[in-house]
Write a protein that binds this ligand. Structure first.
Ligand SMILES: *Cc1c(COP(=O)(O)O)cnc(C)c1O
Length: 465
């Protein structure tokens, strides 16, 4: 995002950092789960929620306790849908028998998949409906029933988003999808909480790479609800903590044409449901649940959820930004802003002399003069610069790039040291060794050098040789 702002620097050298979003666990974990965590992991888990160690007790919990909890919340969700939406559907849909059919068909023994969010078009709520025949077979498999619950709102000015909602409602009224694809109106925090605590799987299918975060998936994690999502937004990081705690669609685009990409993604979703996810869910033991599914839940609670709480988010803000910023602020302001004044003076002097700097020469020599360089070979870079009175305030560095598959990627930088000077004429040198195999490019660059600057972009003068 910030690649082009500081000319002369690579984006990997940028000081701009980030903090991944998290969600507030006391708000988004069901009260039943909070009591469960207190009982099995101890109240410490709330204090230490961003530390995976605090969650490791989840792996010792009996499988049936997890399953019973999931079923209790699933039933609570189904009762909520029956209660809250029956009256509205009866008022709006006209046909009472169709409404009763929907309500009766919501099945706690089905694999229930939830999808709820703003209906911004990049979120691709329509993706599942790309091949209705194939979807028909998935939801109407008598042995392994699957249901989808949708909810969400479109912005009042977003006609395309509203169109998607209309289309999903139409599909939900087709005979083969009645009670199998359900759309809940008036998405809000209450509906969101029932959904992210009550379904089995949370689905997210954004257009890569447009998902900023997708926080509802983080809410699902702390409720034992597994994520199935494009590797984008938070799941790009979340999935990597444990790949047997949810499912992903690759982050790579295959097609530049979005319609083709949508088709491919839809086919991948169907096939993963058919071959992987549905069979895993219904691989039930004599106690009525799939032990492997419970392992997925345990890993998702124990290994992924801790990294996506608001506590972790605040920890990151504090340690990466607020504390360093506070320390710097105190240092700059101490003794009537002594440090701040000195830095300003140094910067003004540097800026006034910058244009007068002259590069007088540079040289690169390899120890192995005959033939191609090998790893372990030594090399020597030196240069001479008229620093125009700047002396050791002027840094000179070697910047390296690695070429691979036609792409040149920044791979590091190393300072040259001053070996001597005659007045303003300074000699710099770096003696080093080839450490890695491959094709490298290198160049020299000079910059204002001062340990008291917070980072290079604070005073972004830079010149390539
Ligand atoms: C969590 C939440 C959102 C945001 O969800 P995303 O997955 O980030 O799109 C939107 N609306 C409600 C009501 C929510 O609870």
């Amino acid at each position: 995002m910030f690649a082009g702002i500081w000319k002369g620097y690579n984006w990997q050298e940028s000081h701009v950092g980030y903090v991944t979003n998290g969600v507030h666990m006391p708000t988004w974990a069901a009260s039943e789960w909070k009591a469960f965590y207190t009982e099995h992991l101890g109240a410490q888990v709330f204090e230490n929620q961003s530390d995976p160690e605090a969650w490791k007790g989840i792996f010792k919990v009996k499988d049936e306790d997890i399953w019973n909890m999931r079923m209790a919340l699933k039933n609570k969700f189904i009762n909520f849908v029956r209660r809250e939406f029956k009256a509205r559907w009866l008022a709006n849909q006209g046909d009472p028998s169709a409404v009763m059919e929907i309500v009766d068909k919501i099945n706690p023994n089905a694999l229930i998949i939830g999808f709820a969010r703003r209906f911004a078009t990049y979120k691709r709520a329509h993706l599942l409906f790309t091949d209705l025949d194939r979807l028909d077979k998935i939801v109407n498999n008598e042995k392994f029933p699957v249901q989808f619950i949708y909810s969400g709102k479109a912005h009042p000015a977003d006609g395309a988003g509203q169109g998607l909602i209309k289309r999903i409602k139409e599909i939900s009224k087709m005979p083969q999808f009645l009670g199998k694809i359900i759309f809940l109106e008036d998405y809000n925090m209450i509906v969101a909480k029932r959904l992210v605590t009550g379904v089995d799987i949370w689905l997210n299918t954004p257009t890569r790479p447009l998902e900023a975060s997708g926080t509802s998936g983080e809410k699902a994690e702390m409720n034992g609800v597994l994520n199935f999502s494009v590797l984008d937004g938070w799941w790009y990081e979340g999935y990597r903590f444990n790949e047997k705690a949810g499912w992903s669609l690759t982050d790579k685009r295959t097609f530049t044409d979005q319609a083709q990409q949508d088709k491919l993604d839809a086919a991948t979703i169907y096939s993963m449901l058919e071959n992987e996810i549905v069979p895993l869910y219904f691989k039930k033991n004599y106690k009525g649940f799939s032990p492997e599914w419970i392992q997925y839940i345990k890993r998702s609670i124990g290994r992924i959820a801790p990294h996506f709480t608001m506590k972790r988010q605040l920890d990151d803000y504090i340690s990466r930004f607020y504390e360093p910023e506070a320390r710097r602020c105190h240092a700059l302001a101490a003794h009537n802003f002594k440090e701040a004044r000195e830095i300003v003076e140094w910067k003004e002097n540097f800026a006034s002399r910058w244009n007068g700097i002259q590069i007088l020469g540079s040289e690169f020599t390899e120890s192995n003069a005959q033939g191609a360089a090998r790893t372990g070979d030594r090399f020597d870079v030196c240069c001479t610069v008229n620093t125009n009175g700047l002396g050791d305030s002027l840094g000179v560095e070697l910047v390296m790039y690695k070429d691979k598959d036609g792409v040149s990627t920044y791979s590091g930088r190393k300072d040259l040291v001053i070996t001597g000077h005659e007045g303003d004429i300074y000699h710099y040198e770096l003696k080093d060794q080839m450490k890695e195999a491959g094709v490298f490019r290198y160049s020299l660059r000079m910059y204002p050098k001062n340990d008291r600057l917070p980072h290079r972009q604070d005073f972004a003068y830079v010149r390539w040789f």
